[in-house]
Design a protein. Structure first.
Length: 136
């Protein structure tokens, strides 16, 4: 299966989950079967759950999720990379994230590089260089 990188963030007048085919979505789980997070999780939820202060500085946090694959001990894994972002929306609480499928957790740095390469316009517009922080 080919890797996939979705982007959640501001554009076209709101915060949406975007795919490379140009589709904007607010129904992440319907549009991407097996996707483990709701729009509420993407729209500040993961950052707030991690108690990350709303202070954009380029730090990118990560987590993973996914549903079990029936009949196996494996999971249909997605890796989330998310950060506070004021580059396209100056309002408090604005955030962005890449949501990547097709990598194992041990390869999260490769998954992050893949997402950045898939969404270069997002990376270029950032007010601070994006840097993946160590997972705790």
């Amino acid at each position: 299966m080919s890797p996939v990188a979705l982007y959640f963030g501001y554009g076209n007048g709101g915060h949406f989950l975007r795919s490379k085919n140009g589709r904007d979505s607010l129904t992440s789980q319907e549009d991407h079967p097996g996707f483990p997070w709701t729009i509420g999780n993407l729209d500040t939820g993961l950052l707030e759950n991690g108690k990350v202060p709303d202070d954009p500085d380029g730090r990118v946090f990560s987590t993973c999720g996914g549903a079990p694959i029936e009949g196996t001990p494996l999971r249909d894994l997605w890796i989330a990379f998310y950060w506070w972002d004021r580059s396209d929306d100056a309002r408090p609480g604005s955030n962005s994230g890449f949501y990547v499928h097709g990598f194992e957790w041990a390869d999260r740095e490769s998954a992050f590089r893949f997402a950045c390469a898939e969404w270069p316009d997002v990376v270029k517009r950032q007010l601070f260089p994006l840097r993946l922080v160590e997972h705790k």
